[in-house]
Design a protein around this ligand. Sequence first.
Ligand SMILES: Nc1ncnc2c1ncn2[C@@H]1O[C@H](COP(=O)(O)OP(=O)(O)OP(=O)(O)O)[C@@H](O)[C@H]1O
Ligand SMILES: [Mg+2]
Length: 269
Amino acid sequence: MTEERRPLIEIQKLTKRFSLRGNELTVLRELDLSIFAGDRIAIMGASGAGKSTLLQIIGTLDSPSSGRVLFDGEDVFGRSSAALARFRNEQIGFVFQFHHLLPEFTALENVMLPGLIGRKSRAESEKRAEELLELVGLQSRMHHQPGELSGGEQQRVAISRALFMKPRMLLTDEPTGNLDLKTGAGIHAILRDLNEQTGVTVIVVTHDPRLADEMPIRLLVDDGKLLPFAKGDARVHGRVPENLLHHDPLDSRAARGPAADDEVAAELE
Ligand SMILES: Nc1ncnc2c1ncn2[C@@H]1O[C@H](COP(=O)(O)OP(=O)(O)OP(=O)(O)O)[C@@H](O)[C@H]1O
Ligand SMILES: [Mg+2]
């Protein structure tokens, strides 16, 4: 098996600068990264290092100052803003530290919302939302409003909502930041299971090394570049030893065994 696989996302010489009142701040400097479909990646680094900036650019919510982001080989920032919005809506799910659930709607209605906005029928949206809430273990909380759910449960609702459109990528920015460690570990376990069962690519920004330890690939944003958090973590270029550049995510997947639940995988295909 020597066939070369193309990355899902290829970041090439990504530089991001902010200009503020005449001052230029370079946050990311000619950063390179390849992300393969099915990868599960933790991004760590000091406060202000540029983790959220990087995640926003991968999610096409912000654009590079220079450099390119290729998605399936195509420069996504070359698209019209309407095409980019459609792409983002269909391919990318976001989960943030504060979940942004609508307080007056139930868990089920919050998860259904992307379907209703996308003009799917109510019955179809409801069915998919129920399946997703079951997948994250919330079948008995579907009719609770966010204020009637625990923090971890609210975050699971947010994950279900992010998965509604069957995105290829789930981007999460400190999804466990305001949860205790045990609840946070539960969220990470759900992200791991979703990744293993459905193949969705997962990128998690986290400050907690204990949670990041669970991730097959751990990267550190440092001085505008990416470094592997530990030996064997990464495929990034730059200051990374050559032997770290050729990690194949399929190796670790093979070691973990086949996906446990083919039915779920087929459903979320
Ligand atoms: N719109 C903006 N205009 C100017 N500077 C910005 C803007 N957004 C972010 N920055 C600066 O860029 C740097 C990186 O910000 P970013 O939010 O990516 O950090 P982070 O690694 O996510 O930090 P944290 O762990 O605190 O969330 C910070 O120094 C921040 O002040
Ligand atoms: Mg941040």
